[in-house]
Ligand binder design. Structure first.
Ligand SMILES: NC(=O)c1ccc[n+]([C@@H]2O[C@H](COP(=O)([O-])OP(=O)(O)OC[C@H]3O[C@@H](n4cnc5c(N)ncnc54)[C@H](OP(=O)(O)O)[C@@H]3O)[C@@H](O)[C@H]2O)c1
Length: 307
């Protein structure tokens, strides 16, 4: 069934619908499905960059729909038995937008899907934080929505890979001579998007009794202090390795107060929330993913080299 993936009709092509197919993880999942010769539908919006998944081959069939417009979902879901629900608003602090997509969009999928349809949903390790921002709270609410349903939830930490916005920020930091890091920032265990895609495909194979809304943590193989992740990236790129400067708490709160005084209270609040989130250690346990999904993520150095 080859042809132009932008114009091929997708109805009746496979039983898998991928949401967020044009994103970092979605591209990887579509490639992995294509490599296994599994036909699947990729949900795209009129505004999506369809070129992002064109290269994933003859097994990806694009179909239009928008999770914020439930009336557009019945066609894409016709005949679908598994939804790989990867769409998300990464790094957003917009309470309304996060809830609309992560909770409202997931509910819209559940409403439009046939009974018995299974869902692999992407959450985030941030749900384990006690100080949840808008993004983390909406992912936690999504998980609550899926509890007891025919779903499997995956919780990756920071995901890297070609074109990842997190990678762009880390690279910016790795280019600096000195990287200022707020005091007490927690360790990080970044993971490669292709490894998370492997977990998504493995989840599809779980036995019937596993589909009960259970969540799997997907921590990367190595966790390092944030500054050392940046230094590791510089090494992987062959750049000069920056020095890391811990900013004592009074210094970072002083900087935030200064931003506030400059009339940018909203910006200061967002930064404060971000720093607080960064300071909290998330206890992720990859044991269940290793045993039940046969998951073994690549070492951090390899994540950085491959991103
Ligand atoms: N990146 C990370 O570090 C990270 C860490 C933990 C968890 N996660 C979660 O993992 C998932 C994948 O992340 P990612 O980094 O691949 O995300 P991404 O690159 O930002 O892609 C987001 C995807 O969501 C789609 N989307 C957004 N709004 C939509 C809507 N209203 N209807 C349909 N699709 C919509 C986007 O489509 P368009 O192309 O149309 O914009 C895009 O395909 C997300 O659920 C994210 O929250 C990510």
């Amino acid at each position: 069934m080859p042809g132009d993936p932008r114009s091929r009709p997708a109805r009746g092509t496979g039983e898998i619908l991928v949401t967020g197919a044009t994103g970092l993880l979605g591209r990887s999942v579509c490639r992995a499905l294509g490599a296994r010769r599994v036909h699947h539908r990729a949900l795209v919006r009129p505004t999506s960059d369809r070129g992002a998944i064109e290269g994933s081959g003859a097994y990806t069939w694009m179909i239009e729909g928008d999770l914020l417009r439930p009336e557009t979902l019945s066609g894409p879901l016709e005949g679908v038995r598994i939804i790989l629900h990867l769409a998300g608003l990464v790094r957003s602090s917009d309470v309304v937008a996060c809830a609309a997509l992560h909770v409202g969009g997931t509910q819209a999928l559940l409403d439009a899907a046939s009974p018995g349809t299974r869902l692999v949903a992407m959450s985030s390790d941030t749900v384990s934080r006690s100080h949840r921002g808008a993004y983390a709270q909406s992912k936690a609410d999504m998980e609550a929505l899926l509890a007891g349903r025919a779903a499997v939830v995956l919780r990756p930490p920071m995901m890297l890979g070609p074109g990842s916005p997190h990678l762009a920020s880390l690279e910016k930091a790795a280019r600096l001579p000195v990287v200022p890091v707020p005091d007490g920032v927690a360790r990080r265990a970044p993971v490669h998007a292709d490894d998370v895609a492997g977990a998504v495909l493995a989840a599809m194979e779980l036995p019937d009794e596993a589909w009960d809304g259970r969540a799997f943590d997907l921590p990367g193989a190595d966790d390092l202090p944030f500054g050392e992740v940046v230094q590791e990236l510089a090494r992987a790129r062959g750049w000069r390795v920056p020095r890391v400067m811990e900013m004592p708490a009074p210094l970072s709160s002083g900087a935030l107060r200064m931003i506030e005084r400059l009339g940018r209270k909203e910006r200061a609040d967002k930064l404060r929330q971000r720093v607080r989130g960064m300071q909290e250690t998330v206890h992720a346990d990859g044991a269940a993913a290793r045993s039940e999904l046969d998951w073994s993520p690549r070492p951090l150095r390899q994540v950085l080299v491959d991103s």
